[in-house]
Design a binder for this molecule. Structure first.
Ligand code: CMP
Length: 147
């Protein structure tokens, strides 16, 4: 059954002109790019997107990085999209990715554990939250929680 995930090319990925190469990998790997848009995050939206990391020591640096330029957000669709996109991007720390996963996207364009060039939802629940964060109109077919 088809699944959707949220993929993001972070500011360093856009600045470094990696967009076309990353999209080629996405399409060659059998994903459909269902939606895409370029967004400039402000501090509030970056902090809210990464709210689960708000107590970590790297949080303020992460928010600064994520607001340093535009990002490209995409909804990718295919069977097993969440796990397969995570596999394609490789480990969080791009320095480790270059050694252990040399063909991963983070090995291609990431720098370190913060400036790692791309993001991918880590579960189907995160995918649902992150997709509706950027694309209110996309329904992932999950349960809607009412407040
Ligand atoms: P991402 O997969 O988008 O999810 C959380 C982000 O926080 C991560 O990529 C990095 O950009 C950043 N991050 C995670 N761990 C660290 C760390 N140890 N130091 C700095 N930034 C980090």
């Amino acid at each position: 059954r088809n699944e959707k995930t949220l993929a993001m090319i972070k500011p360093d990925g856009l600045f470094g002109n990696y967009t076309d190469r990353i999209k080629n990998v996405i399409l060659e790997s059998g994903f459909i790019i269902f939606k895409e848009k370029v967004v400039q995050l402000d501090e509030g939206s970056a902090a809210s997107f990464y709210a689960e990391h708000s107590t970590r020591s790297f949080f303020s640096s992460l928010v600064k990085y994520m607001t340093s330029g535009p990002v490209l957000v995409m909804v990718l669709e295919k069977e097993n999209a969440v796990a397969d996109w995570r596999t394609l991007i490789g480990p969080t720390d791009a320095r480790k990715a270059k050694i252990s996963h040399p063909h991963s996207i983070r090995a291609l364009c990431g720098l370190d554990s913060e400036k790692n060039c791309v993001h991918g939802s880590d579960s189907t629940q995160s995918a649902e939250r992150e997709i509706s964060f950027f694309f209110k109109e996309v329904s992932t077919g999950g349960v809607v929680t009412e407040h």
